[in-house]
Ligand binder design. Structure first.
Ligand code: AMP
Length: 119
């Protein structure tokens, strides 16, 4: 599947629609999820045009991968989630329930998050 340049996260990266940005560097952008499922619900996305984790892991440069992973860790740390704990999750494709076809990691925290998956 090719990358859709008009997906909503591409528009956020281009500044065409607003987002509550929490962190940004050369490799990643973190912003608040518009429909939070936990007291803290942040989306962390790479800046490059990758559809999913498989696409990102296969095509991104080592610098992009390292930059993205470091940004994700930094955001979790800077939001104070490291000590109390948190969850990261990335939906992929139809079975994963992925709605937006730009690779993203959900970062959840701020309460005990319960079972890993809904029954
Ligand atoms: P997923 O099902 O993993 O693709 O999740 C996509 C997420 O993007 C959902 O949690 C949505 O609430 C979130 N979302 C969709 N549009 C926006 C937006 N404009 N700003 C922030 N989050 C959004």
């Amino acid at each position: 599947m090719g990358y859709d340049q008009n997906n909503i996260f591409a528009k956020i990266l281009r500044g065409e629609i607003p987002a509550k940005k929490l962190y940004e560097d050369d490799y990643a952008l973190a912003f608040a999820d518009i429909h939070p499922r936990a007291p803290v619900h942040v989306l962390v996305i790479p800046k490059g045009p990758y559809v999913s984790f498989v696409d990102f892991s296969a095509k991104a440069t080592p610098e992009e991968i390292a930059g993205f992973v470091r940004a994700l860790g930094r955001v979790a740390h800077d939001l104070g989630l490291d000590a109390p704990g948190f969850r990261i999750l990335s939906n992929a494709g139809a079975n994963g329930g992925q709605e937006v076809p730009h690779f993203h990691v959900h970062l959840f925290g701020g309460k005990h998050l319960g079972p890993m998956l809904a029954a």
